[in-house]
Design a protein around this ligand. Structure first.
Ligand code: PLP
Length: 452
């Protein structure tokens, strides 16, 4: 029955769905992957194949796995009590309680919350807060410019896209929002100039200060960045990097926005990655794991001083603070606390990274294995000495082979990213390591690239 329905679904999706990011040629050749059912970290597709999903449903958002009845029940209960309270002056008990809880679990003085339906809206909202705060408080009435970083991804809507530098999505809707510019992003294993990591990190900071001066500090409202950047696989900067960014933002009165849409909610081994940076941002964004894939929800959290500097916040989303989404997120937090999933992500993440290093760290095409918590990456190289990246499809071929072997991982530029649900067990992680090792070995052998 399931397979018969899936033929219908495949046809309907091919005729009527627009698929993001996958080229038409690829879609025509391979078709969609229709996920029919799931339980825990395993998911079954339309062919009846069950896979170990180590990407939390592709997006890294499905952070509590499939089939969680507790969350479903909390959403149901909320739906039949007060499903939706509108926006503006109205709110609901779930939104109020979630805001209180977020103020408690976010770092430092972050205390005021506004909700969104996802990460892109969170970026838009954060930029609006930064600008309206500087304008309405009189601190910098003319400020509108935003600086972000090379390889950044902050979302798909126009404002978010304008501070995004991911080439696969960037050039389509030009012209973008005026006033956005980019500075170098700190990469440690491989940077564009082959410099040592410390020198390159300092250059990134020098570049940022120069850009602020070039743009005119009076006009620069915000700097936005991901604590650990996703591009080319979990880029963890030098420990001093974010402290120096914070110092520059303080020096020039620039609002520092930390985009924790991926890293938030335990993904990187702490509730928020910012906790690992030794700084306090002015605004912190979250989404993805916040609803664990059960509900589309994001949030922007800021300090009292910034919220109170805005006398009239001119920005609204119809589904901001949606009661069912807030109820889902409250349940997600409850489960994460009860099951100690943040600690799980930290402790098992370390073990798992070491396990991967032991299993295939010495392979000639494995350049770097890095990450925090349940967000790890294997960066590949065609030449260990120079750290040169592959210019062909080797990385994609490894991910494809891994999937054939039964595990979903995510190719991202020069690396493969692995971001399992936080409920993954030691055995799940070990199985992933074993299958990935096999995929690397087989693809490398086929292509004459050496063996483990
Ligand atoms: N910011 C970051 C760091 C992200 O990774 C993403 C999505 O991948 C977004 C923003 C956009 O979030 P959404 O896709 O929910 O709009």
């Amino acid at each position: 029955q399931m397979l018969r329905n899936s033929a219908h679904d495949a046809e309907a999706s091919a005729r009527h769905l627009i698929f993001p990011l996958v080229p038409r040629e690829d879609m025509d050749a391979h078709g969609p992957s229709i996920l029919m059912s799931g339980s825990g970290v395993r998911v079954t597709d339309q062919h009846g194949t069950t896979l170990l999903d180590m990407m939390s449903a592709t997006t890294r958002a499905g952070s509590l796995g499939y089939g969680n009845r507790e969350i479903a029940q909390a959403m149901y209960d909320q739906a039949v009590t007060m499903h939706y309270s509108g926006a503006g002056r109205n709110t609901n008990a779930a939104a109020a309680e979630l805001a209180r809880k977020l103020a408690e679990i976010t770092p430092g003085r972050l205390n005021r919350v506004t909700f969104t339906s996802g990460g892109s809206e969170a970026t838009e909202t954060a930029l609006k807060i930064a600008k309206q705060y500087l304008q309405q408080s009189g601190r910098k009435p003319r400020a509108f410019k935003v600086i972000s970083r090379w390889s950044a991804y902050h979302g798909a809507t126009m404002g978010a896209l304008s501070c995004t530098d991911w080439l696969a999505v960037r050039d389509v809707p030009d012209p973008r929002v005026p006033g956005h510019s980019f500075v170098a992003n700190p990469m440690r294993y491989r940077n564009p100039y082959g410099l040592d990591e410390e020198t390159y990190s300092d250059i990134c900071i020098a570049h940022l200060e120069r850009q602020i001066l070039l743009e005119d500090p009076e006009l620069v409202a915000a700097f936005i960045g991901e604590p650990f950047q996703q591009a080319n696989g979990v880029q963890i900067p030098m420990p001093s990097y974010w402290k120096k960014v914070r110092a520059l933002c303080d020096k020039y009165g620039i609002v520092l926005i930390m985009d924790e849409v991926i890293t938030g909610f335990g993904r990187a081994g702490t509730w928020f990655a910012t906790e690992q940076l030794g700084i306090e941002p002015d605004i912190l964004n979250m989404a993805k794991s916040m609803g664990a894939g059960y509900a589309p929800i994001g949030a922007v959290v800021t300090r009292d001083e910034i919220a109170e500097g805005i006398s009239h916040f001119r920005h609204v989303h119809t589904y901001s603070g949606h009661a069912i989404c807030c109820a889902a997120s409250l349940k997600v937090i409850e489960i994460m606390e009860r099951e100690k999933l943040v600690e799980n992500s930290d402790v098992l993440g370390r073990e798992w990274q070491q396990g991967m290093k032991d299993a295939f760290g010495d392979h000639p095409i494995v350049g770097d294995i890095r990450g925090r918590g349940f967000w790890q990456a294997v960066d590949f190289t065609a030449d260990k000495a120079s750290r040169a990246a592959f210019t062909d499809d080797t990385v994609v071929a490894i991910a494809r082979r891994a999937r054939e072997l039964g595990v979903i991982v995510g190719p991202i530029g020069t690396a493969i990213e692995i971001a399992p649900a936080l409920i993954a067990t030691r055995d799940d992680l070990a199985l992933c390591t074993r299958l990935l090792r096999q995929a690397i070995s087989e693809v490398a052998l086929e292509r004459g690239l050496g063996r483990v």
